[in-house]
Design a protein around this ligand. Structure first.
Ligand code: C5P
Length: 223
């Protein structure tokens, strides 16, 4: 990988999506939303009615994914296409997120998505959003950031997002789901969620988006 990489890892709801998008735009760099690849694998498997206990089939689905990311104008998130169909909203549901964290625990699925993720590293640079960007996918990243926030704060943020997209989920249920997903992401044997030894931890509880972006820019020396 010739181009510089800023790896941004952390649990779901820590604000990685928002921050990495702003950062990539600010720097004029490419953006990798690695979580979208796991969500797309889950969605494709659901569409193909693949048995979620069949790891070989799931790895095949991951390897064969036909995906396209299309940047949107303004502050809109990139649009995501699976087999040419716009699935930008479909991959953001709670069900898809939950299934994604299950397929993400399968080593052969992670392996199948590895090179695809590394291919995003193109000049002038890449901002990579995920769980294992600094530990596994881009261990030589120029900068590694681990964004966190309390489970309650992450559930509140996620709740607002879901309401905005018309999904009505109870906040206490979300707190429980987030804790269950954290547990699964941190305790799996392959690429568990944890800060790289050389990552800078940024605690975002109570901070505004601008405040977090300032801290992240400071870490990358690009204020
Ligand atoms: O970040 P996002 O919520 O879109 O990710 C969905 C799921 O994909 C996560 O819960 C996690 O289990 C998995 N994931 C992962 N490694 C990544 C990105 C996401 O295991 N690099």
């Amino acid at each position: 990988e010739q181009a510089p990489v800023i790896a941004v890892d952390g649990p779901g709801g820590a604000g990685k999506g928002t921050i990495t998008q702003l950062l990539a735009r600010r720097l004029g760099w490419h953006l990798l939303d690695s979580g979208a690849l796991y969500r797309l694998t889950a969605l494709a498997a659901m569409k193909q009615a693949v048995d979620f206990d069949d790891e070989t089939l799931l790895a095949g689905v991951a390897a064969a994914l036909d995906v396209r990311f299309e940047p949107s104008p303004g502050d809109e998130p990139a649009r995501v296409f699976l087999d040419g169909e716009d699935v930008t909203g479909a991959i953001r549901t709670e069900e898809c997120g939950d299934r994604a964290s299950r397929v993400a625990a399968i080593p052969s699925v992670r392996e199948a998505l590895l090179q695809r993720q590394r291919d995003f590293c193109q000049p002038p640079g890449l901002v990579a959003d995920g769980r294992d960007m600094g530990t596994v996918v881009f261990p030589d990243a120029s900068h590694k950031i681990f964004l966190t926030a309390s489970a309650e704060e992450r559930a509140r943020r996620r709740h607002e997002q879901l309401l905005a997209q018309g999904e009505n989920v109870r906040l206490p249920d979300l707190v429980k789901e987030i804790q269950a997903r954290d547990e699964r992401d941190m305790n799996r044997s392959t690429a568990p969620l944890k800060p790289a030894h050389d990552a800078q931890v940024v605690e975002t509880t109570g901070l505004s988006i601008d405040e977090v972006l300032d801290q992240v820019l400071a870490v990358t020396g690009r204020t």
